[in-house]
Design a protein around this ligand. Structure first.
Ligand code: 1GP
Length: 250
């Protein structure tokens, strides 16, 4: 039986920090050495977990190598963020076991999950049951996942999906604007989802400044995910300012 270690860790982090920051590392964009250093640096400034994966990270061997390499140097959990069955690799602590609920292709709703589940068990990964909702269009997550993107200005639709996720027993919802998105999910959408969803609410895509991050945290996000900002050379110092600002925002 796999324990709920990571989920409990996130809850204890929430008690201390109220809103958490996760850093996304794309194993195909960043070299192992720089990823190891980045993971250690962001752990020091209070990032609560490292996500590894993404919709375009499909090299399972490379990902396994990166996860193993990063794991040695940090104490915070590594949570896999798979875009497909190739995102299931050993040595991580947990996995966002996600259903892309608004995909038009049933493969991304239940089939990839069925194909990936035996390896999740085999590798002893803690599955975090997650409704992955793609907002807007034109991003890799939207294209690769055949998503019918929920319009940015339709928060009630996102809330309806989040409520459905809750009724289906999912304890995590991830509102995804897409990696490198021009704009993040709106605070209004986060607020509307927060009103109905009692679980752990993750928001990511296009977050790169304190103002946006603070608004999303205030609106009710439990954790924000930042990836592209660091990939494009954003400083850990600025990330630390974002981490502090969101902790103070509630
Ligand atoms: C993407 O939500 C994550 O899946 C992070 O988005 O790369 O835009 O920070 P960014």
């Amino acid at each position: 039986m796999i324990e709920n270690k990571v989920e409990l860790f996130l809850k204890s982090e929430q008690k201390k920090k109220s809103v958490l920051l996760f850093v996304l590392i794309d194993s195909e964009v960043s070299k192992l050495e720089s990823s190891q250093k980045l993971a250690q640096d962001v752990e020091k400034i209070g990032v609560s977990a490292i996500l590894i994966g993404g919709s375009s990270a499909t090299d399972q061997i490379e990902m396994a190598h990166v996860v193993k390499g990063i794991k040695k140097g940090i104490k915070i959990p590594i949570i896999l963020f798979p875009g497909n069955v190739t995102g299931v690799v050993p040595d991580a602590d947990a996995i966002l076991f996600s259903s892309l609920m608004n995909s038009e292709n049933p493969y991304f709703i239940t089939q990839a999950q069925a194909l990936g589940a035996p390896n999740v068990l085999k590798f002893g990964l803690e599955p975090l049951p997650t409704a992955y909702l793609v907002i807007g269009d034109g991003t890799s997550a939207w294209f690769v996942g055949s998503a019918r993107g929920i319009p940015f200005e339709k928060p009630k639709i996102a809330a309806a999906y989040a409520l459905a996720a809750q009724f289906l027993g999912m304890r995590f919802v991830y509102l995804e604007a897409g990696s490198g998105a021009k704009s993040s999910v709106s605070p209004e959408m986060v607020k509307t989802v927060r009103k109905v969803f009692n679980g752990f609410l993750i928001v990511g895509g296009g977050i790169r400044d304190i103002k946006t991050a603070t608004k999303l945290a205030k609106a009710g996000a439990d954790a924000l995910v930042i990836g592209t900002f660091l990939e494009k050379g954003g400083s850990v110092k600025k990330l630390a300012e974002i981490a502090k600002a969101i902790q103070r925002s509630k």
